[in-house]
Ligand binder design. Structure first.
Ligand SMILES: Nc1nc2c(ncn2[C@@H]2O[C@H](COP(=O)(O)OP(=O)(O)OP(=O)(O)O)[C@@H](O)[C@H]2O)c(=O)[nH]1
Ligand SMILES: [Mg+2]
Length: 378
């Protein structure tokens, strides 16, 4: 995964900005003795914001930018001047990114639409200046509110790519070959298992200038849910897909069994995946003569629409695209929402070596927050 440009997992350390302190200041002017308190409010600390961008396809730009700090709010000053707000930090991510708490694995938020913005960490509120605390009994308050402190969090961002069709199959089933033939994508293809190590996306052109998106993910083997082969972590990339295209090669000994193993592995990862519409493609049909084909047809699993294809001879590819297009456009196959389960901490540790977090420099004296009442933000 190290050399790949496709990064679908990053762990980043984020810190929002501190609120600026309110000012304790008294008006001074010639001929105006005891001008009274006029300390202004501190500025708000910067937020850390996630923003979805449809032009991004991976999280690679965040791989080396692991510490993201928003700016601190400035302090208020004389004449009831407000302090400047701290600079927000906007983290642009591909549509389909999900954020989890890096410590607990808890789901935080998901960005499903272009331009959607979510505040990941709120900047601290600025403190109120002493002007706010004047009262008939205390006309010269010698105190002001401090700003709210920073919030720090380790956040895991995971990308769940948005594709219409997800390819599911054993290694060597011919998934990448199909993608390379029906789209412009150029995934690596070879006659050995686990050629594909990261997901590939391709746009498949269809009749009348229409197109749909297909995701080719690494092969799945029996026991993948226990971590065999490449495990199941790539299945997150088909969680959002409208339909799943299962692929079993025509020369496989037992098509039904292979199909059942795939179904079982998917169910182990997330039972919701089994609710998706599925289509079965029997690949490499050019390898069989008519007699063997007839034999294969007798041994197909029931209750699933099956298409016979060959990426080499082109057999059945147009039919396949027709079937896929029809299914993608069915209202009941649209994926509106998906439920995100918390991720396991052991998985976080496995995916990422620990990040060396920089200590936060404490610039001010620790403040006593108990003494002061927060007023609601206006
Ligand atoms: N005869 C024939 N061979 C095919 C066909 N499609 C793929 N192959 C061959 O099958 C082998 C595996 O193809 P891949 O596309 O790399 O298989 P994959 O499913 O992507 O495999 P992994 O990435 O390892 O999961 C390659 O040697 C392809 O040339 C086909 O339609 N007919
Ligand atoms: Mg492949």
């Amino acid at each position: 995964m190290a050399e790949s440009n496709f990064v679908d997992y990053v762990k980043i350390f984020c810190r929002s900005g501190k609120g600026g302190p309110g000012s304790t200041h008294f008006h001074r002017e010639k001929y105006i003795p005891k001008g009274g308190p006029d300390g202004g409010d501190g500025g708000r600390g910067g937020h850390v914001i996630l923003k979805a961008n449809k032009n991004l396809w991976t999280l690679i730009h965040l791989k080396y930018a692991r510490h993201i700090y928003a700016g601190h709010g400035e302090g208020g000053s004389r004449s009831r001047s407000f302090g400047k707000d701290g600079k927000d930090q906007i983290i642009e991510v591909p549509v389909g990114t999900v954020a989890y708490d890096g410590e607990t694995g808890e789901f935080l938020c998901e960005l499903a639409e272009h331009d959607q913005k979510i505040i990941l960490l709120k900047g601290g509120r600025g403190g109120q200046g002493n002007w706010h605390f004047r009262s008939p009994t205390n006309q010269a308050p010698h105190y002001a509110q401090p700003g709210e402190p920073v919030i720090e969090k380790t956040v895991v961002l995971e990308l769940k790519v948005l594709a219409d069709v997800g390819l599911v199959g054993f290694p060597n089933a011919g998934k990448s070959t199909l993608l390379s033939v029906i789209s412009a994508a150029k995934p690596e293809i070879a006659n050995y298992p686990f050629t594909t190590l990261v997901p590939n996306l391709g746009i498949v052109p269809y009749r009348d200038n229409r197109s749909f998106c297909m995701a080719d993910i690494p092969g799945i083997i029996e026991g993948a849910h226990e971590g065999k082969g490449l495990g199941l972590r790539f299945l997150r990339h088909i969680e959002r897909n409208a339909i799943l295209l299962f692929m079993v090669p025509a020369d496989c000994d037992d098509i039904k069994k292979e199909f059942d193993i795939l179904l079982n592995e998917l169910g182990q990862y997330n039972p919701e995946l089994l609710d998706k519409q599925r289509i079965l493609a029997i690949s490499k049909c050019d390898m069989l003569d008519d007699e063997l084909m007839a034999d294969v047809k007798n041994k197909l699993p029931d209750n699933i629409q099956t298409v016979f294809i060959s990426s080499v001879s082109g057999l059945g590819l147009m039919d396949l695209k027709d079937v896929l297009w029809e299914e993608i456009n069915k209202e009941e196959n649209r994926v509106m929402t998906i439920s995100h389960r918390a991720i396991e901490i052991t998985q976080i540790e496995k995916e990422e070596e620990p990040v060396d977090l920089e200590p936060v420099e404490e610039e001010d004296e620790p403040l006593d927050y108990d003494e002061l009442d927060w007023e609601d933000e206006k």
